[in-house]
Design a protein around this ligand. Sequence first.
Ligand code: KG4
Ligand code: ZN
Length: 358
Amino acid sequence: MIVLAIETSCDETAAAVVEETGDPQRPWRVRSNVVASQVAIHREWGGIVPELSARQHIRDICGVVERALADAGVAEFGAIAATQGPGLVGSLLVGLSFAKSLAWARGVPLIPVHHLAGHIESLVLEGGEMPLPAVILVVSGGHTSLYRVATPGSYELLGRTRDDAAGEAYDKVAKLLGLGYPGGPVIDRLAATGNDRAVPFPKTRLTHPDRNAPHIEGRRDFSFSGLKTSVLRHVTTRRLELNLAEGDPLPAKDIADISASFQRVVVETLVERLFDAARWHGATSVGIAGGVSANSRLRADALARGAARAIPVFIPSLALSTDNAAMIAAAGLRRFRRGGADLKVGPDINADASLALT
Ligand code: KG4
Ligand code: ZN
């Protein structure tokens, strides 16, 4: 079967065409994958403006879907997959409503998809089926969560951030340093030129249980807001020490050292928790998905740790690590083939900004 997929949960309007291969090890092939990024629009405001995002999705969606079908050279498809949540509700509504209408007009089934299931299945889309059980870290601007996958298509939450997502911490620290938006790629680049031990930013240790989350044996949560506050405090102190006037930037060496030191703490935290959870839960493979998986140090450190422990590490290519619709098609096909009563989707299905995965 060929699936058309649509993703509009945040600031990328994306459509893709993916087909089934019949190969159980590599079940899906990407025929086209089109992403229209809104990053230039939001950069001006230093972050994503939900209302602008929804409006831009409306402008772009027809062209992006037409382009995905044209690139794939198909006019017909057997189903439409679309992101139902989580995300910005106005943005989600554009893609889901479009998908609903098109599915109805073409008489094909609509498969609602959880955005994070998409990120997780992006690993399989590219690397083939993962040895199970697997532990997967989904780390982006909106999420930092650990999942265990014991059977294909079922995702058990092992822990998540209690405050900022790792990507959000990158974006906020970049803003603090006057580096613009999005912060991840800039800090990643500058960190390579700095001393990662120059500033002793603390690692947050969570010793108390999360009152708002169910108790899970071996639960591992994250917290990045304390680190962000430490960076703010350090920057304020340095500016006073250097007698900088308001608006004067910190010296380049300071920015490089802060970037490298901040990045070391974030990456060490992510890698430690991921491999710790993998050992605790007896995982035979690990994965990292989501926008922050593009980070060069995270990729290198995770691959090195995996090699040392003889455990395969799945990380998507850069094109599939940030938001895209090919991953939504993959998760949609997974869900469609699993079938079941939960797939009886009617026209009343709605976007859900805080949709749960497990
Ligand atoms: O998955 P994504 O495209 O969108 C969300 O669902 O959030 O992730 C975007 C996030 C942003 O916070 C961005 O700063 C971060 O991923 N990011 C990075 C890198 N590239 C993107 N963070 C660290 N290092 C990178 N190289
Ligand atoms: Zn995402």
